[in-house]
Design a protein around this ligand. Structure first.
Ligand code: FAD
Length: 400
């Protein structure tokens, strides 16, 4: 009697919608369409690259959600018909919905970098979707000789996990420092600045000799010819900047430009930006009625993080339940925190509360903040504990 809600994508956004809809109103029928039987979290995958965590510790499944009455369809959603209100799947199912939630994450814009493709990513991984790609990159780092060069390329805004490339470079340096101290990591950036920049650079200076000629990390911003435009897998090189400066390396990690997940694009949920515009009070698409887009695929003032997706999912549940019950939706607020583990006993974070106001999400002044630049060693150590505790909490929230 409560209606049928179909969810596409069993990641940070979709699992939370499934679980909390069942909790909010057990009369609602919930179907989760997820193409993979296992989910590997991207969050904490940089620690796998750094060597402090196994890939198996990132792996989760959908049994607990099934036990809570969520119907799991392990197939790919291949089409959405917003007029007939149906979703078609790769196994030939047609699912009729009253409300649809789309949380498919990102698609990688391989064409954004000449010479890069899905095939080349088997040699030059992106590792921006966790699992086999993470294992591939980790294996390459392990196989590299001491004295080798690792290149990481950072994409233009907006993209999944804004501090992620910088945490990644930190974790690679953490590994090199311990096991291959004559090596270095070169970060080629499509931008001139990045989140928590001052704190990252402080950490790099302290832990990895940043700024000296012995530094394990070198960062080239766009203004210094850092923007990679082409890769050549045959001689393991990249070309960057207007001058197309050539850099060669032993290991290359290209993090390509991004846009919303393919199903969102194919079904007309994206605008010219490549992302999905939504009503920021409910996360209902502004392009298709009764379809909600949350997580990385949606475009708002919030950073694209699992924490944001979790917060958006809970607001979306409230919006769906109130709309199905014919009640009025509240004015929501949202929360996000991004932790980054810079090295041993060295964590940093940024937190913000976003409040819906006149069609936009404004961060509430005084309600967030970053790790202080004069934080004590004990404070920085505790930030790592908070990061691990957050990981435990969010994965329990999603998968149990
Ligand atoms: P996802 O979690 O990617 O879920 C999408 C799901 O949809 C996937 O399981 C996919 O298989 C499925 N899917 C897609 N299309 C279809 C289809 N057509 N049919 C069926 N299924 C489909 N965030 C944080 O908050 N904290 C962190 O510390 C953090 N660290 C990160 C580190 C790295 C290296 C990276 C890459 C990301 C990190 N993130 C972090 C970001 C976080 O992973 C994403 O923001 C989050 O996963 C977004 O959730 P989502 O639901 O939008 O997408």
């Amino acid at each position: 009697k409560g209606g049928h809600v179909v969810i596409i994508g069993g990641g940070a956004g979709g699992t939370i919608v499934a679980k909390y809809l069942r909790k909010a109103d057990p009369s609602i029928q919930v179907t989760l369409v997820e193409k993979n039987a296992d989910y590997y979290t991207c969050f904490m995958s940089n620690e796998v690259l750094g060597g402090d965590r196994t890939i198996d510790s990132l792996k989760f499944g959908y049994d607990a959600l099934a036990k809570q009455g969520v119907e799991i369809v392990t197939e790919e959603a291949t089409a959405i018909d917003p007029t007939a209100k149906t979703v078609t799947t790769s196994g030939g199912k047609t699912l009729k919905y009253d409300r649809l939630v789309v949380s498919p994450g990102i698609s990688l814009v391989y064409e954004g970098i000449e010479g890069y493709s899905k095939e080349v990513a088997e040699k030059i991984p992106h590792a921006w979707k966790a699992g086999a790609q993470t294992t591939l990159l980790r294996g390459q780092l392990e196989a590299m000789k001491d004295g080798g060069v690792v290149i990481v390329t950072s994409p233009p805004n907006p993209y999944r996990c804004p501090p992620g490339p910088y945490e990644r470079v930190s974790q690679i340096a953490h590994y090199l420092k311990k096991h291959k101290p004559k090596s270095k990591v070169l970060l080629l950036d499509a931008k001139d600045s990045f989140p928590k920049q001052g704190l990252f650079i402080q950490g790099w200076t302290k832990l990895y000799g940043y700024g000296t000629d012995k530094s394990l990390i070198q960062w080239l911003p766009a203004a210094e010819q850092g923007k990679v435009v082409r890769v050549d897998a045959s001689d393991m090189s990249v070309y960057a900047g207007d001058l197309e400066d050539k850099h060669t390396a032993d290991v290359i990690n290209v993090i390509p430009p991004q846009k919303a997940g393919k199903i969102a694009i194919d079904s007309g949920l994206t605008d010219a930006t490549g992302w999905c515009p939504v009503d920021k009070r409910t996360f209902e698409s502004t392009l298709h009625k009764d379809v909600y887009v949350i997580g990385d695929a949606a475009i708002t003032e919030m950073p694209k993080s699992a924490y944001s997706a979790n917060s958006q999912a809970k607001v979306c549940v409230a919006a769906i339940v109130t709309s199905l019950q014919g009640k009025e939706m509240i004015e929501p607020s949202y929360v996000n925190t991004c932790y980054s583990i810079v090295g041993e006993d060295y964590g940093i974070s940024v937190a913000a509360i976003f409040k819906y106001k006149e069609g936009a999400l404004a961060s509430v002044e005084g309600a967030g903040g970053v790790t202080p630049s004069d934080a004590s060693a004990d404070h920085l150590r505790r930030e790592v504990l908070y990061a691990h505790s957050w990981f435990k909490n969010i994965t329990v929230d999603m998968f149990s």
